[in-house]
Design a protein around this ligand. Structure first.
Ligand SMILES: Cc1ncc(COP(=O)(O)O)c(C=O)c1O
Length: 453
C-alpha cells in the first residue's frame, strides 16, 4: 500500500485520510500519474475549469513569452497594450452592450467584485440603503465570507455560521425536476416569481443585486430553470432597479454550448461574473464584465471603481486570456461543446435504467446524474451512505475522474455527479465516460447495504 501523506506532508489537507495518486502531467482530456496511469478528466478539474484540455501548447507558449516580456507593472501609473487588447476581445466575446471589464484571480473574487460594482452603481445614484444581495438557496458563489453569505449552499455555509453576517436574502432555487408532484411546471414558475416579487417589494430600498447561476453547477447538478424564469425575474429586477449578476464562473466560455450560460435564456443580466474557463486553468483568473447601463451612473459620478488587488488586470493574465479566446475561436469549442454534449447526454440517459439513477440533465458539456434511493418518489439516499462519493471512487479506480456532490435536496441530503470535461472531448471519450460510469454505478449499487435500501 502507498504510504499516506508522503507528498502532502506540508499541505493543509482537505481529506486527512486521502490516499491520492500523484499526478505528473496532463494531455488533452487525460491526467497522468507517477505510474503512467491515465485518467479521463470528466470533472474538468473540480470543476469546469479545463475547457481547452491539459497541456495546450499555444497557451504554454504565450504564458512563457508574456512572463519573459512583461508579467506585471504598476497599475496606478501605467497601462499596457496587451491588457487593452484583451479587454476589447473579452467584451466582444460577451453579449452586446457588455463593454466594460476587469480581471481578478478567480470566481470568488469575480462575485465579490460584481457585488461591489453593483453597490457602487447604487451609491452613484445616491442610494445608501441598498446593502443586501438577493441570492438563492442551493447556489454556490465562492468561498470568501461574503460569497458564502450570498450563496445559499447550506452544506458549505453551516461550518462558518459564526462568521457569516446573515445580512443577505435567499429565494428558493428553480429546480423543476424536484417540484411537488402535483404542481405543473408553469404553476411552479408562477410560485417562484410570486416569492421573488414579494421579496423585492418588501426590501426594495435594501436590495442592490440579484445573483444566480444561469444553470446551477455543483450545488444542484447542472439544473436549468424553467424557460421563462429569468425573463420574469429580470422584469421584476428592472421594476425595482435591482441589478442582475449572472454567476458564469462555471457556465461561461462555451461550457454549456453557448459563450455564456445566460444566453440560453435571453441573457437578461447586467453583470457577468466569470472565472474557470476564462483561462482554462492555465492561470488563476476571473473577470467582471459589465453592461453599459451599469457603468453609466458610475462614470458620471466621477468616482473610479472602488476595488483593486495586486493581481487585478495584469499583463500575464491578459495574455493568457487572449490566447484562450483564440483557441476557443480557432478550435470552435463552443459549437463542439454543444455537439458532443448532446452525444454525452444521450449516452448518460441510457443509464436511467440502472438502479439508483434518478435523473440525467444539463446542457452542452455541463451535465449531471442525480442518484436516488427511490426513482418514483425521488427520495435521496441516506447521507451517511455517501453514495455519490462511492461512485466517484469506483469510477476513479476505473480511470475516470468525476465530481461527486451532495446537498442536492435542501442543501444537505441528496447525491449527484457533475460532468464538465474539456470541450475537446470526442465521442469515443464520451463512450468511455458512459461505460465506465455504468460499471461504477452497478458495482456500488451491488453493495449489501445498498441492495436493501
Ligand atoms: C458557480 C460558482 N461560482 C463561484 C465559484 C468560486 O470560484 P473560485 O473557486 O474560482 O473562487 C465557483 C467555484 O466552484 C462556482 O462553481
Amino acid at each position: 500500500m502507498r504510504p499516506r501523506h508522503v507528498i502532502h506532508s506540508q499541505l493543509i489537507c482537505a481529506d486527512y485520510n486521502g490516499d491520492y495518486p500523484e499526478m505528473v502531467s496532463g494531455e488533452g482530456v487525460y491526467l497522468i500519474d507517477r505510474q503512467g496511469r491515465r485518467y479521463l478528466d470528466a470533472s474538468g478539474c473540480t470543476a469546469a475549469v479545463t475547457n481547452l484540455g491539459h497541456g495546450h501548447p499555444r497557451i504554454a507558449a504565450v504564458l512563457a513569452e508574456q512572463a519573459r516580456t512583461l508579467a506585471v507593472h504598476p497599475t496606478h501609473v501605467f497601462h499596457s497594450e496587451v491588457l487593452e487588447r484583451y479587454l476589447g476581445r473579452l467584451c466582444a466575446f460577451a453579449p452586446d452592450g457588455f463593454n466594460h471589464a476587469w480581471t481578478i484571480c478567480g470566481g470568488t473574487e469575480a462575485i465579490e467584485n460584481s457585488i461591489k460594482l453593483a453597490y457602487q452603481y447604487h451609491r452613484a445614484k445616491g442610494r445608501t440603503t441598498r446593502n443586501r444581495v438577493l441570492g438563492r438557496r442551493g447556489s454556490y458563489h465562492g468561498n470568501s465570507i461574503l460569497a458564502l453569505d450570498v450563496g445559499g449552499l447550506k452544506a458549505r455555509r453551516d461550518f462558518y455560521s459564526g462568521l457569516l453576517a446573515d445580512r443577505h436574502l435567499h429565494l428558493s432555487p428553480c429546480f423543476p425536476w424536484r417540484r411537488a408532484a402535483e404542481q405543473s411546471e408553469s404553476e411552479y414558475e408562477d410560485a417562484l416569481i410570486d416569492e421573488a416579487s414579494r421579496t423585492l417589494s418588501q426590501y426594495t430600498d435594501e436590495i442592490l443585486a440579484f445573483v444566480a447561476e444561469p444553470i446551477v453547477g455543483a450545488a444542484l447538478g447542472a439544473v436549468a430553470p424553467t424557460p421563462r424564469y429569468f425573463e420574469r425575474i429580470a422584469a421584476l429586477c428592472r421594476e425595482h432597479d435591482v441589478l442582475m449578476i449572472a454567476d458564469e464562473v462555471m457556465t461561461g466560455f462555451g461550457r454549456t454550448g453557448r459563450a455564456f450560460g445566460c444566453e440560453h435564456f435571453g441573457t437578461h443580466t447586467d453583470i457577468l461574473a466569470c472565472a474557470k474557463g476564462i483561462s482554462g486553468g492555465y492561470f488563476p483568473m476571473g473577470a467582471v464584465i459589465a453592461h453599459d447601463r451599469v457603468l453609466e451612473p458610475i462614470v458620471a459620478s466621477g468616482v473610479p471603481f472602488q476595488s483593486g488587488q495586486t493581481y487585478s488586470c495584469i499583463p500575464l493574465a491578459a495574455a493568457v486570456g487572449e490566447a484562450v479566446l483564440d483557441v476557443i475561436e480557432d478550435e470552435k469549442l463552443v459549437a463542439a461543446s454543444a455537439q458532443v454534449g448532446i452525444y454525452l447526454r444521450r449516452g448518460l440517459e441510457t443509464l436511467l435504467d440502472r438502479r439508483g439513477v434518478g435523473d440525467v440533465r444539463g446542457t452542452g458539456l455541463f451535465l449531471s446524474v442525480e442518484l436516488v434511493q427511490d426513482v418514483s418518489s425521488k427520495a435521496p439516499f441516506a447521507t451517511e451512505l455517501g453514495v455519490a462519493k462511492r461512485v466517484e471512487a469506483a469510477a476513479l479506480q476505473r480511470g475516470l475522474v468525476t465530481y461527486a456532490c451532495r446537498g442536492t435536496v435542501e442543501g444537505t441530503r441528496g447525491d449527484h455527479l457533475l460532468f464538465a470535461p474539456p470541450l475537446v472531448l470526442t465521442e469515443a471519450d464520451a463512450d468511455f465516460i458512459i461505460e465506465t460510469l455504468r460499471a461504477s454505478i452497478d458495482a456500488v449499487m451491488a453493495a449489501p447495504e445498498l441492495r436493501t435500501v
